[in-house]
Design a binder for this molecule. Structure first.
Ligand SMILES: [Zn+2]
Length: 409
């Protein structure tokens, strides 16, 4: 319905613009023509906006999925809300007026997130790089490090481990493809800021699917472009190309924005990217896929509650898609968690929707060391939640254990 409305609205706008432009005097005709082209183009972009079912952005209805927990693990889908502390989940539910879909996952535990960085004798709050490294490799490291220990030694990433067992691998995020969280799943670097270098390593490591933003690191680097060619990647930049991919496309690098895909309605949506990644990765030997709601953290850092909630909406939409898929594909372990809390989100007792605003942020936009939630469903999902509190390195260890149990023989 929304789609029809937006198309109708766009049609009306195009017609009214054409009507106006008929009255342009000759002297302004050229300008008018170019303005008309620009406006018509942006109206067209707008009309094309919601192009697939999975691009719709609204709170997805609460649903509980019935996932088989006993099957051995064939696939792992690890979903990370960057900066998604427990209170931003609660805040989202207050505004939505119902539970998020992720809250319906049967198995839950809490996770400690501290990194190896120490300042004045105290553990520093983790950054996304150290946390991604912990979740991926099972080792603590310094903030800023990607897949290396505090001495700079390479650690085996979860993608390397999954590949060694014959699984396909995929990374979907909304920031740069080579931003901290996806990078931590696949690369090794003593600095998360070495984006072109990290991107090249990710390409050279044969990850089957990489979707996100950061096309500037492709466009401005001949070395990255040659790596893409040499490794036989298909490089795509828009939703049309994304939707045309088939399971025959073995390796794809999709960079859908020059920079960060920061707005939730920059298409393709997180859910469209996720659905396409799953379609491409689904295979006999199974797959590991990491999906990140990257910009929850970005807007929490800016203490912008409305935009943070939009990001939560988009992320939960993707969780819903993944759980629906996992229900039809037994053997899939789905883990939904966060790398750390951001914003120090505080809520009053019995909060009402009007209480959820920018004043809930209490940490000047910084990360905190609050434990985060881990919610799991599907194959072998109870095991990771046996204890009430685990460490982020335990996530890496558990994923290795269950994949070893099922794939090594
Ligand atoms: Zn983070």
């Amino acid at each position: 319905m929304k789609k029809i409305l937006s198309v109708l609205l766009s049609a009306i706008m195009v017609c009214s613009f054409c009507a106006c432009s008929n009255f342009q005097s000759d002297s302004t005709a050229d300008t008018a023509t170019s303005a008309q082209t620009t406006t018509a183009q942006s109206v067209k972009d707008n009309a094309d906006k919601v192009s697939t079912e999975t691009d719709v952005l609204e709170w997805v209805d609460y649903a509980e999925y019935n996932l088989d927990e006993d099957a051995p693990v064939k696939n792992i889908i690890l979903m990370i809300g960057d900066g998604m502390g427990e209170n931003i989940i609660k805040a989202s539910e207050v505004v939505k007026g119902d539970k998020l879909v992720m809250s319906g996952l049967k198995n839950k535990t809490h996770v400690t997130t501290y990194s190896q960085s120490v300042s004045d004798g105290y553990a520093e709050f983790t950054d996304s790089a150290a946390s991604a490294t912990a979740i991926s490799t099972g080792n603590k490291t310094y903030n800023g490090c990607i897949g290396v220990d505090p001495d700079g030694n390479k650690l085996e990433t979860i993608c390397e481990f999954a590949q060694s067992l014959g699984l396909k691998t995929g990374l979907v995020d909304r920031h740069y493809v080579c931003h901290a969280t996806p990078a931590g799943m696949a690369a090794h670097n003593t600095s998360r800021e070495n984006y072109p270098q990290i991107l090249r390593e990710m390409i050279n490591s044969n990850i089957n699917v990489m979707f996100g933003g950061g096309a500037k690191y492709y466009k401005n680097s001949k070395k990255v472009q040659s790596a893409v060619d040499e490794k036989g990647y298909k490089y795509i930049t828009d939703e049309k190309q994304l939707l045309e991919l088939t399971a025959d496309d073995d390796k794809v690098l999709g960079m859908f924005a020059y920079d960060n895909m920061d707005k939730a309605d920059m298409w393709p949506s997180l859910t469209t990217m996720t659905s396409k990644a799953i379609e491409m990765l689904d295979s006999d030997n199974g797959f590991f896929l990491m999906v990140e709601g990257s910009n929850i953290d970005v807007f929490e850092s800016e203490e912008d509650m409305d935009s943070t909630l939009e990001q939560m909406q988009a992320f939960d939409h993707s969780v819903d898609y993944v759980l629906k898929w996992a229900q039809e594909h037994p053997g899939t372990l789905v883990i939904v968690t966060a790398d750390h809390e951001t914003g120090g989100v505080k809520l009053p007792d019995n909060p009402k929707p009007e209480d959820i605003n920018n004043s809930c942020f209490t940490s000047d936009g910084e990360h905190t060391n609050t434990n985060v939630l881990l919610m799991a469903g599907g194959a072998q999902s109870a095991g990771i939640c046996e204890k009430e509190l685990i460490d982020n390195t335990d996530i890496a260890k558990y994923m290795r254990k269950v994949l070893n149990d099922s794939h090594k023989n």
